[in-house]
Design a protein around this ligand. Structure first.
Ligand code: GDP
Length: 337
């Protein structure tokens, strides 16, 4: 056969092979496709205006009015507590809120208004991320597997890159199969630099390398992923503490420790994450999947039971589906209806 024809046939076979290979990789990763909104690197930053999260359920306003509309019989406070519990506010939060509203209550007062004021007082000021600007800012991200940790890191990286920051990611979840690969896809998509090692590597060693590399590259922010399994087991919690120590040893300083919590797990989720809050000093929560069937009260439960603010809410699976939490918009949603 003519050598030119042979070369052409070989080239065609290679191209077909590469196509099949790439298609296979895309399928395995099972992440939202770019068609779902992956921004080009020069895309503007996602909306910074605060939002309430998805929480599409019915607001509590109508129920509260109905309870108090009957007249002031002795049961109203118990019923108010029930309504709050059903909205996932949590036992501590519900009892505390009822006591506060009861203490404020005077004849002729509007209990829904009192409730609104107390919820706002509990939530306090909205807080943006506190990241150093004169040195490498470091965000440690913790949470149980499946909570949306990797997705949230991808969204945060997208947001920060969109704000013009140079972002590095550390794949310190070296336990979970495909965690590193998944993060690689998000890093590419966001325009962030990823530092990873093989599965089973020491998570602290990855964090150490990542700090050194981020410093050498002059990165503005390093986001460190961590393992999320065995959250009740001591070794993992010890490991989280070690990752934090090693980051400092490598010359980094952790500015924020964000705990990722699936809003749909309600009170069970709150109990699960307490272990994390005991191991590392959590500075804020990212509440994911608020676009699902989650009830809004979980925001109050986070504040009351974990003592930290919700910083961001996840409202979908795409790179732009992360919104800064805003208490005022949230209270309108929770107490509307
Ligand atoms: P990880 O195990 O904690 O790293 O969790 P992943 O980031 O892999 O997310 C688990 C699943 O939740 C994936 O299917 C994500 O697409 C999905 N997910 C994460 N955040 C959100 C969100 O805010 N809304 C919705 N609807 N899905 C989410």
């Amino acid at each position: 056969m003519n050598p030119v024809v042979i070369v052409i046939v070989v080239l065609i076979l290679l191209a077909v092979g590469a196509g099949v290979f790439l298609a296979g990789r895309t399928e395995r990763r099972a992440l939202p496709t770019p068609a779902e909104g992956a921004p080009p690197r020069s895309a503007p930053a996602p909306r910074e205006a605060g939002a309430a999260g998805g929480f599409r359920g019915e607001g509590l306003g109508g129920k509260v009015k109905a309870i108090f509309g009957r007249g002031g019989d002795a049961d109203v406070w118990g019923e108010l507590e029930d309504v709050l519990l059903k909205a996932d506010v949590g036992p501590k939060g519900a009892a505390d809120l009822v006591a506060r509203v009861q203490a404020d209550f005077r004849d002729g007062a509007d209990p829904a208004e009192l409730l609104r004021a107390e919820v706002l007082a509990i939530l306090g000021q909205d807080e943006a991320l506190h990241l150093a600007t004169d040195r490498l800012g470091v965000i440690l991200v913790v949470g149980v597997n499946g909570s949306g940790k990797t997705t949230t890191i991808g969204k945060l990286a997208t947001m920060l890159v969109g704000q013009g920051r140079k972002v590095s990611l550390a794949a310190s979840d070296t336990y979970r199969a495909a965690a590193g690969e998944q993060l690689e896809v998000w890093a590419e998509r966001a325009g962030a630099h990823l530092v990873s090692q093989d599965r089973g590597a020491d998570p602290s060693a990855v964090a150490f390398d990542a700090v050194k590399s981020a410093l050498a590259r002059g990165a503005d922010v390093l986001i460190v992923d961590t393992a999320g399994r065995l959250h009740t087991k001591q070794p993992l919690m010890e490991e989280l503490k070690k990752v934090k120590r090693v980051i400092e040893k490598a010359g980094g300083e952790v500015d924020e420790t964000l705990l990722v919590l699936d809003a749909q797990t309600g009170q069970n989720g709150i109990a699960q994450v307490r272990a994390f809050a005991e191991a590392v000093e959590v500075t804020g929560v990212v509440l994911t999947k608020t676009d699902g069937s989650a009830k809004g009260g979980v925001v109050l439960a986070v504040r009351e039971e974990l003592g930290v603010p919700v910083r961001y809410v996840g409202v979908g699976e795409g790179p732009q589906d992360l919104q800064p939490f805003a208490a005022s918009a949230f209270v309108e949603r929770l107490l509307g209806g």
